[in-house]
Design a protein. Structure first.
Length: 424
């Protein structure tokens, strides 16, 4: 019986495991390390976040990205984008340095057991743990617009489904979306000679500005401090005070999670998104897409220009992720149904990142409505990892004192949302 099993070996899972093992918890982490960064992003991409805001988290601020870069002869500098390949290699190095008992098998099923949880690996091994941290990243939550969901896989894919864009070199590709993934993929496609268009609901493209110098006068820093999510006091609050963010009224948190740091391109990609190479169609929504003669016939609607139709070879949906309870399919239905849900079907997460199911802790994107926009970025791991492990230790201590099982197998109960959010 383990104290904690961490499901997922990306930035959040590795950071949680590093903190848990450093505190002496019997911890194992499962998953292929940095999988989405290594195999689900096209070659040639760069980190949008600053290198100093892209550290994985270990006690004592050890094993930072700049330390890794210095060791391989690369300088991680403020205002200079870093290749995704470098960041993925850093994550593997972090795993070797900070995490023991890393098992690259995938977990296929998580259910309640008599003393905690029962987990099954992809090859059928059964494991038991008192607590589980679900940190399985973005991929389970890929969102494809309804108008595209009935297309065969040969004609549509999500932006996270590509490590290599070469197969589209002589094709016509439509990218749906206006965020960083959409813009960078469109630029990479255009630069390799692909005929590419962007279709997006937004009226215009938005761009992040060039960050100010790291060293500034005191009054400039006071007016707009640097933070892991960009300059300014609002971004600083989201970035550096997720615990305080959780204490805001739920309606306020929901509005911020929905609107803050919306789709925008990094300052360094703007010159590569050239209108002479990319057909950019803003203010338009895909309303129909159907196969026809080996291609896709697409209809889009706009508020001012009415219906437009065109044909394309493939559609890449750079349309983000939706972290709903229904998509947490690793969890057995009985566990999943115990999660406290909001009207938008996202799970509620309480103090220490514990869900409504005792002993089940959540990390990453799914915690954005409770802990803020930082949870959508690597930088959020720096708060999540120690805070979540604090929560695990409190939970294990309470269970030890009670001398009772966590959730008896098969017991059904309705979670109390108030109980989830009222602690601390």
């Amino acid at each position: 019986m383990h104290d904690l099993l961490v499901v997922g070996a990306g930035p959040y899972g590795l950071s949680i495991a590093a903190h848990a093992q450093a505190r002496g918890l019997d911890t194992r982490v499962f998953g292929r390390p940095m999988e989405s960064w290594r195999h689900h992003m096209p070659r040639g991409m760069f980190l949008k976040s600053e290198p100093w805001a892209s550290n994985l988290s270990a006690p004592g601020s050890r094993y930072r990205l700049d330390q890794y870069c210095a060791g391989i002869g690369v300088t991680a500098r403020h205002g200079v984008p870093l290749p995704v390949e470098t960041f993925a290699s850093y994550g593997l190095w972090f795993a070797r340095q900070a995490v023991s008992a890393l098992d690259e098998r995938l977990i296929e099923h998580i259910d309640a057991g008599p003393d905690g949880f029962v987990l099954r690996t992809e090859d059928g091994q059964v494991l038991r743990s008192r607590a589980v941290a679900l940190a399985n990243g973005l991929l389970p939550y890929m969102h494809i617009p309804e108008a595209l969901r009935e297309l065969p896989g040969a004609y549509v894919s999500h932006s996270s489904g590509h490590s290599d864009l070469d197969r589209f070199r002589s094709s016509d590709v439509t990218v749906v979306g206006a965020g960083q993934a959409a813009l960078e993929i469109a630029a990479l496609l255009a630069e390799q000679g692909t005929r590419v268009r962007i279709v997006a609901r937004a009226a215009r493209l938005h761009w992040n500005t060039l960050p100010p110098p790291w060293v500034r006068s005191w009054h400039q820093s006071l007016r707009a401090p640097h933070s892991g999510l960009g300059c300014g006091w609002r971004n600083w609050f989201y970035s550096e005070r997720p615990g305080a963010f959780r204490k805001l009224p739920e309606r306020t948190r929901a509005a911020i999670a929905e609107t803050a740091l919306g789709p925008a391109g990094a300052w360094w990609i703007r010159d590569r998104v050239r209108t002479d190479a990319i057909d950019i169609r803003m203010g338009r929504t895909v309303v129909e897409a159907r196969p026809t003669a080996g291609r896709v016939h697409v209809r889009t609607a706009g508020t001012t220009q009415g219906i437009e139709e065109f044909e394309t070879d493939h559609i890449i949906a750079a349309t983000g992720f939706q972290a709903t309870c229904a998509r947490m399919t690793l969890l057995a239905p009985g566990v999943r149904h115990r999660l406290a849900q909001r009207p938008d079907e996202t799970p509620r997460v309480g103090r220490g990142f514990q869900s409504a199911h005792p002993g089940l802790f959540l990390a990453g994107l799914v915690t954005t409505p409770d802990y803020g926009p930082a949870m959508r970025f690597v930088h959020g791991a720096s708060y999540t990892a120690p805070a979540l492990v604090d929560g695990v230790q409190r939970y294990l201590t309470r269970q030890h004192r009670r001398g009772s099982a966590v959730v008896p197998l098969g017991r059904q109960h309705t979670p109390d949302p108030v109980a989830v959010t009222s602690e601390g």
